[in-house]
Design a binder for this molecule. Sequence first.
Ligand code: ATP
Ligand code: MG
Length: 146
Amino acid sequence: MFQRILLATDGSPNSLRAAQKAKDLALLIPNASITVIHVLPLTPELTIELQKELESQEFTFEEALREKARPVFKRTLNSLGEAGLNVLTRLETGHPAERIAEAANSGDYDLVVIGSRGLGDWQEILLGSVSEKVCHSVHIPVLIIK
Ligand SMILES: Nc1ncnc2c1ncn2[C@@H]1O[C@H](COP(=O)(O)OP(=O)(O)OP(=O)(O)O)[C@@H](O)[C@H]1O
Ligand SMILES: [Mg+2]
């Protein structure tokens, strides 16, 4: 039923809890896969940073993006552990909620797992702007982890 799980992560403690729950769920489902999606918002600051790395010719643009996202993927994959699950990563750029919703609505996934809050400061509010927008705009089930 929920064989193809899309797990959204920003590396926050909340999204790492979401990773653990996604793993627990996937372990109950034969042939389940988890795709870990992280969206890098291309802010002016990040664009300048990436530009500098490109100018130093150390990286291609793709590699610089990968490098930037690496700690988030690493932390999230650690939370998924070595359970022998089929785990994929998906790096996108742009508006996080829009990119996650686009992926979720692509027909490639059966369930979105997402944290209620992320790295933002207003922890007393139930949902962050990304989780709220994703809930509103996806056409598949969403599991929100507090
Ligand atoms: N850039 C991102 N890429 C992938 N998933 C994300 C991203 N940002 C947030 N998420 C997912 O959404 C969940 C909720 O984060 P959200 O950003 O909505 O809350 P917040 O950071 O507390 O609030 P806000 O960003 O509105 O200040 C996270 O736990 C994570 O699962
Ligand atoms: Mg956030």
